[in-house]
Design a protein around this ligand. Structure first.
Ligand SMILES: [Zn+2]
Length: 416
């Protein structure tokens, strides 16, 4: 018979890390390559009240699961090898007891994660894996409400500081003036894996839409030739914001295009608010809607269960040379955004104010001109139709490609 085994690895202040391992009669199963094993998660359940809530997940076989809690906001994280989730699309969207909601998906290559949002600080009272017929197991967590003081503060602070990006090196001369040089275009489909991004009323995920447009854009650019095209993700995997920035820096990108889609909750406006918007970086938002859009997109890391990083790297880069490069980069970004709005406007619906600016983390790039495109609103029926149409993806990809071509044609002309 299968037994349950539980080791408490560490209990440092608020971070409680428990390793659950399944004992198969003889011993502990080694850290598992779940992909090879084909482990499938089905049937997640939440039962309980405001003091104690149980979370359970059925797995086709036992795997090593790491469980820990995080603050700001309060979350419980379950890390495991890449389990595939076969849960109903609505799973996790409605909470119960102490659980507000939960998300799941691939967090990194061969790493799956479940993030449980809780209404208050909680402790992990119990974490066990029970046999559930054949090789299957039922992972059970018992969460108990505790006060913030018991939970402690500063959770994850040490981890957060390790993620801080170093100021990038500066190059003023546009590389595109070198003969035979192919500009490097980085396409950045937002969200992915555990972070679905915005979810439309008909369960259309932003992460899926933007990946499709990203792949269509790459195909278009490669087809036209003359560009070296890179993507921050090409499948359904989570990529944290810092990694997207580091990728752009590593590839020495000449242009960075982040792709997103939006939605609004207010039913009174869903039929009116629609269309695409192109954002550039500004630490002061152009308007309230832009500020909210940036806040939403910047929360991607927290949604995936990463500790919140201090939002302080803006003032860090003080070097005058870098300031100059940043100003030049900002000018090029603005230049591209106006070309892009013009091109998109000829083929697809634009929002009422299609050029905006706000403090998007993913646009904080020293030497790479960058824009973030909100392609439309999943909350609007017409937009939703467009956003899920392959013909629209292609049309949009073509418009962005034309804009990229005229932008570089102009830059090359200027630098001669
Ligand atoms: Zn987004």
């Amino acid at each position: 018979m299968l037994g349950a085994f539980l080791t408490v690895l560490s209990k440092i202040k608020a971070v409680t890390t428990l390793i659950l391992a399944l004992v198969l009669g003889f011993g502990v199963v080694e850290p598992l390559q779940a992909a090879q094993l084909g482990v499938v998660a089905t049937d997640a359940k939440i039962v309980g009240g405001e003091d104690v809530t149980d979370f359970s997940l059925r797995l086709s076989q036992g795997v090593t699961v790491e469980v820990f809690t995080l603050a700001n906001p309060y979350r419980v994280i379950l890390d495991m090898p890449d389990v595939s989730f076969k849960l109903p699309k609505s799973a996790g969207r409605k909470g119960e007891g102490l659980v507000k909601a939960f998300r799941y998906g691939l967090f990194a290559a061969r790493k799956a994660r479940v993030v449980i949002d809780t209404l208050s600080p909680v402790s992990i009272e119990q974490a066990v894996m029970d046999p559930a017929g054949g090789q299957a197991v039922k992972l059970r967590l018992r969460l108990k409400a505790i006060d913030a003081e018991t939970f402690g503060s500063g959770t994850g602070a040490a981890m957060a500081s390790a993620h801080r990006a170093a100021p990038s090196s500066a190059t003023i001369r546009p590389k595109s003036s070198r003969p035979g040089y192919r500009p490097v275009i980085v396409i950045d489909p937002g969200h992915g894996g555990i972070d679905p991004g915005t979810i439309g009323p008909n369960n259309i995920y932003e992460k899926d839409v933007v990946l499709k447009v990203g792949l269509a854009l790459r195909a278009e650019l490669v087809g036209r030739g003359g560009f070296d095209v890179k993507m921050t993700r090409t499948d359904d995997v989570f990529v944290q914001l810092d990694k997207r920035l580091a990728f752009s820096r590593e590839k020495d990108a000449d242009l960075f295009i982040s792709l997103h889609a939006d939605a609004i909750a207010d039913k009174r406006y869903v039929s009116k608010v629609r269309g695409a918007t192109v954002y550039t970086l500004s630490e002061r938002a152009s308007d309230e809607a832009a500020r909210q859009a940036a806040e939403k997109e910047n929360s991607a890391d927290a949604i995936a269960g990463l500790p919140s990083t201090a939002d302080d790297d803006v003032g860090e880069v003080r070097d005058i040379l870098i300031d100059l490069v940043k100003r030049e980069t900002a000018n090029f970004s603005a230049d591209f955004s106006s070309i892009l709005v013009d091109r998109l406007g000829r083929k697809i619906r634009l929002s009422s104010k299609p050029r905006r600016a706000a403090a998007f983390k993913v646009l904080r790039q020293t030497s790479t001109p960058s824009v973030l495109v909100e392609l439309g609103y999943l909350s609007n029926r017409e937009d939703e139709k467009s956003l899920t149409s392959p013909a629209w993806h292609k049309k949009t990809a073509q418009s962005i490609t034309r804009a990229i071509e005229s932008y570089f044609a102009r830059r090359t002309a200027l630098s001669k």
